[in-house]
Design a protein around this ligand. Structure first.
Ligand SMILES: NC(=O)C1=CN([C@@H]2O[C@H](COP(=O)(O)OP(=O)(O)OC[C@H]3O[C@@H](n4cnc5c(N)ncnc54)[C@H](OP(=O)(O)O)[C@@H]3O)[C@@H](O)[C@H]2O)C=CC1
Ligand SMILES: O=C(O)[C@@H]1CCC=N1
Length: 256
């Protein structure tokens, strides 16, 4: 399968890295204004739409800023995009209807990945629409499953699923940065603190994924009666941690 990735900023680069690390037989082509991406990512880079399309991609992934997605897709159609090519847009706020208006003959769909796709540990929210036949769905799943976990949701749930999946890595990075600072303030060197924090977050997530306990019950295993952890949990509540987390996710998800 040939996959053309358009726009090699943070997300486009992460997707190319995930695709080229995978064991799937995929050939990845990049469209970028930055020729240095060819050396960095070890894939052919094109700077004209026509030249990439001439390679006959089966799938096109748009990873340009949301406000340019529709215009770029319309330009690709003008440049000769074959109507069989499956078009995937990673933009958080572009709807399937927007994509269909720009490329009415192509199977199109929106998905919202997150940065851990770079190491095939991503979380991708996906919503199919009427233009997606079963054969196209299989193609899409072949591509996205390579990048990590895929959660299929109705389109009206895509924004919140994409926010919790797509934006939260940054929120968790803020949490980890704050934990590291606290450890450093008690004399731990930054490198050791960073290693401990990343290990804790990774181990906690793995345990949650393999357990059938709720997050609350998992927390209950750690808060020994009269112990140290419950004091920390109460301090989080007193400082509005939960409310801040809710506010962050709802702000990023935008207005209903
Ligand atoms: N970053 C993330 O974690 C996530 C991002 N997304 C989505 O991915 C998309 C890209 O985001 P992100 O990678 O963070 O952004 P970046 O700014 O890092 O990258 C965007 C890339 O798009 C290309 N580009 C910029 N302007 C234009 C233009 N006018 N026309 C065509 N191409 C252009 C450039 O590619 P080049 O340099 O190769 O020329 C640029 O590097 C957005 O739609 C965003 O919603 C979705 C989920 C998560
Ligand atoms: O910040 C953004 O707009 C993109 C979408 C999800 C994560 N990053």
């Amino acid at each position: 399968m040939k996959i053309g990735v358009f726009g090699l900023g943070h997300m486009g680069t992460a997707i190319v890295q995930g695709l080229t690390r995978s064991e799937q037989a995929v050939e990845v082509l990049g469209y970028s204004s930055n020729a240095a991406k060819a050396d960095e990512l070890q894939v052919p880079i094109y700077s004209r739409y026509e030249d990439l399309l001439a390679q006959g991609p089966d799938v096109v992934i748009l990873t340009v800023p949301a406000k340019y997605v529709v215009a770029v897709l319309a330009d690709l159609v003008q440049a000769g995009l074959d109507s069989k090519v499956v078009v995937l847009s990673a933009a958080a706020s572009v709807t399937n209807a927007d994509l269909r208006r720009a490329a009415p003959k192509n199977p199109v769909t929106t998905f919202i990945p997150n940065i851990p796709v770079a190491i095939n540990a991503g979380t991708t929210a996906l919503s199919y629409n009427d233009s997606i036949q079963e054969a196209d769905q299989r193609v899409i799943r072949t591509v996205l499953d390579t990048l990590g976990d895929v959660v299929v949701v109705k389109e009206d749930q895509l924004a919140i699923a994409g926010t919790v999946g797509g934006c939260s890595p940054a929120f968790i990075d803020v949490l980890m940065d704050a934990m590291e600072d606290a450890a450093v303030s008690r004399g731990m060197d930054r490198q050791t603190a960073a290693a401990v924090v990343a290990s804790v977050v990774s181990g906690t997530a793995k345990l949650a994924q393999t357990s059938d306990k709720s997050f609350g019950d998992l927390k209950g295993q750690i808060t020994s009666p009269g112990g140290t952890t419950i004091k920390g949990v109460l301090a989080l509540d007193q400082h509005g941690f939960r409310a801040a987390v809710h506010a962050a996710i709802l702000a990023a998800a935008g207005d209903e």
